[in-house]
Write a protein that binds this ligand. Structure first.
Ligand SMILES: Cc1cc2nc3c(=O)[nH]c(=O)nc-3n(C[C@H](O)[C@H](O)[C@H](O)COP(=O)(O)O)c2cc1C
Length: 193
């Protein structure tokens, strides 16, 4: 069975370091014969979640699309940038919307339940986005995702990438790829159960 991974970055910045890191991790998933779909939240202009908005206008069509994409995948790979010690509002807002009921009324949170997930994070700072990564792991765990123990927080990320998109530090590159590879192996195990 081919494991389908949804790869998502919490930054829509053109030269996002997290997007670059996500691509390195995704190569590890491809090494394990996973299938990776990248999405950019720039393509889903979501309003900030508001209960009154939802009651008045319903769940936006873009959220329905994201829910559909999540339903089709076996694993979730997230690159979570760090803003002021936490994950970005953009990423959390998307997750909050996705967790709302689906068209048939099924809770959106079930889209995360027992789904393999991995988180990486990059920042120009010395510790990378460790706090964001840990915070995002905790959100995903709350939603019932099986967050794999492997993750990677890339420090000094503005100096870390070579022209070809690989990490200059080969050892770090191998470790980031192994996050994607482990994600596929765990998702494969879960799909057999
Ligand atoms: C509002 C804001 C807050 C930030 N706070 C942190 C922080 O707490 N820790 C950190 O390591 N970097 C912080 N940064 C720097 C980001 O990690 C950096 O801009 C990074 O490149 C953002 O991710 P991206 O390259 O994927 O867009 C902050 C940046 C912004 C714009």
């Amino acid at each position: 069975m081919t494991i389908k991974v949804l790869a998502l970055c919490g930054s829509t910045r053109r030269d996002s370091l997290n997007r670059k890191l996500l691509e390195v991790a995704a190569r590890g998933a491809l090494d394990e014969d996973g299938e990776v779909t990248f999405i950019s939240l720039a393509d889903y202009q979501l309003p900030f979640y508001d209960g009154d908005f939802e009651q008045e206008y319903g769940v936006p069509e873009q959220v329905r699309e994201l829910q559909g994409l999540l339903a089709e995948c076996n694993a979730l790979l997230i690159a979570s940038p760090e803003y002021n010690g936490g994950y970005t509002a953009l990423l959390k807002n998307a997750i909050d919307w996705i967790s709302r009921p689906r068209k048939g009324g099924e809770p959106g949170v079930l889209l995360f339940a027992e789904k393999a997930a991995a988180v990486v994070s990059a920042s120009p700072g010395p510790m990378g986005g460790i706090r964001s990564m840990l915070g995002m792991r905790s959100v995903l765990e709350k939603l019932g995702a099986m967050v794999i123990p492997q993750g990677f927080s890339l420090g000094a990320a503005h100096r870390a990438f070579a022209e070809d998109g690989n990490l200059v530090d080969g050892k770090a590159g191998t470790e980031v790829r192994s996050v994607g590879a482990s994600l596929i192996r765990v998702a494969r195990q879960l799909s057999r159960q």
